[in-house]
Write a protein that binds this ligand. Structure first.
Ligand code: PSV
Ligand code: MN
Length: 383
């Protein structure tokens, strides 16, 4: 048990700056009280999540949503709050110029604009000390014949190669795939195979990021995790949970068993002790945001604890004997263990409250931000 606790103590989950801002669907954004007005306030909220869980020390930024004049100053602000800036997320999907795509756009001037943004994100990494750039492209087409599928792959490869060449020795990029949306006919990076093929061509500083909401229903995500880890190409996760598509709900909420299966493969493949980034990519549209992030971090911790409990020797023995039911029982025993007491104990050992949700509620932080953060413009998806 002490090994498991030591592994859980080392866990590092990254929260996204946009989770603290107002968000919604295309139908309605419900504004909430106390929402940050700028990236500095987003970092302050993220620091609360770390303060109560002890395992969320970094915060991902999204550019331009988190654009500031002085990134070194923002990084210092983060350190003062007890957190650090994590991955830089690029955004080549919200400008009018990108109607027909960004790096795969038929117009070279638009491609140049998109590439300049991606390179700017690497400049920002240099200033914040971030080592990871996350690339997601909304690029694709809506109608058969609209553009040449193969040429778009060539344009994508050209842009990725230019970004790759700009990376420093200790920097990498993670290429994110997504089945569909906003393009509905062809998506230029629709699946892990496409992302993987581009990354393999480029080299070790290009890896794949698995956003758990970006697959067709029924996809076996843990297989993808096992495969990519085996190839040294799993760069990280954008964790969230979904019922239908890219719902961006709290990780582990819809299917905690899937999260357990993913974490089991991560551990089995050595990804827990490597540089795989465990990031959340979520929006809290109707629930309070800081507790939503705390709950999400706890859900990842619980799935991880259960995966760490799997008796690897017993499992290997049952598998070698072809004991189908026995092997399945080993996994299910671990999954069915209530790990909340172990985690409560661990938190106490770390000098934290055993119940982060209640401790946050008691802290008075929400009352403070709700009264202090009046005036100004609340941050939102896109600001
Ligand atoms: C796209 O759906 C995505 O998952 C990418 O990671 C974006 O950067 C993020 O959502 C924005 O919320
Ligand atoms: Mn994502």
């Amino acid at each position: 048990m002490s090994d498991i606790k030591a592994a859980l103590r080392r866990q590092h989950i990254e929260t996204p700056s946009w989770a603290y801002a107002n968000s919604g669907t295309r139908f309605k954004v419900f504004a909430q009280e106390g929402v940050p007005r700028d990236p500095y306030e987003k970092l302050a909220d993220a620091a609360q999540v770390h303060a109560f869980t002890g395992v969320a020390p970094t915060v991902a930024l999204h550019i331009p949503w988190d654009k500031v004049d002085d990134y070194a100053d923002l990084a210092r602000h983060a350190t003062d709050l007890g957190v650090r800036i994590g991955a830089i997320n690029s955004n080549v999907f919200q400008d009018d110029a990108y109607r027909l795509g960004s790096v795969t756009n038929p117009d070279p001037a638009v491609r140049r604009k998109a590439l300049d943004h991606l390179l700017e994100c690497v400049d920002i990494m240099d200033q914040t000390g971030s080592d990871t750039l996350k690339l997601w492209f909304s690029d694709g087409t809506n109608y058969p014949g609209q553009d040449d599928i193969r040429s778009r792959q060539d344009r994508l490869a050209e842009a990725l190669s230019a970004v790759y060449d700009r990376l420093g020795d200790d920097q990498r990029f993670l290429l994110e795939y997504k089945l569909f949306e906003p393009a509905f006919y062809v998506t230029d990076v629709p699946d892990w195979g496409t992302a993987y093929a581009h990354c393999v061509r480029l080299g070790p500083k290009a890896q794949v990021v698995v956003d758990t909401g970006h697959h067709a229903p029924g996809t076996n995500i843990e297989f993808i995790v096992a495969f990519l880890l085996r190839e040294g190409k799993l760069g990280g996760f954008d964790f969230n949970s979904r019922f239908y598509a890219d719902d961006d709900l709290m990780v582990g909420a819809a299917d905690p068993f899937q999260l357990f299966r993913i974490m089991y493969e991560v551990i089995r493949g050595g990804g827990y002790t490597s540089d795989v980034a465990f990031m959340l990519d979520q929006c809290h549209n109707i629930e309070p945001k800081i507790p939503g992030q705390i709950r999400s971090v706890m859900n990842v911790q619980e799935a991880t604890a259960k995966a760490l409990l799997v008796d690897a020797d017993a499992l290997a023995a049952a598998q070698a004997e072809g004991d189908v039911l026995g092997a399945n029982a080993v996994l299910m025993d671990a999954y069915n263990t209530d790990v909340r007491p172990i985690l409560a104990e661990l938190r106490q050992e770390m000098g934290l409250d055993p119940d982060p949700m209640k401790a946050y509620a008691r802290s008075g932080y929400f009352e403070k931000i709700r009264t202090e953060r009046v005036g100004g413009t609340q941050a939102g998806w896109g600001a």
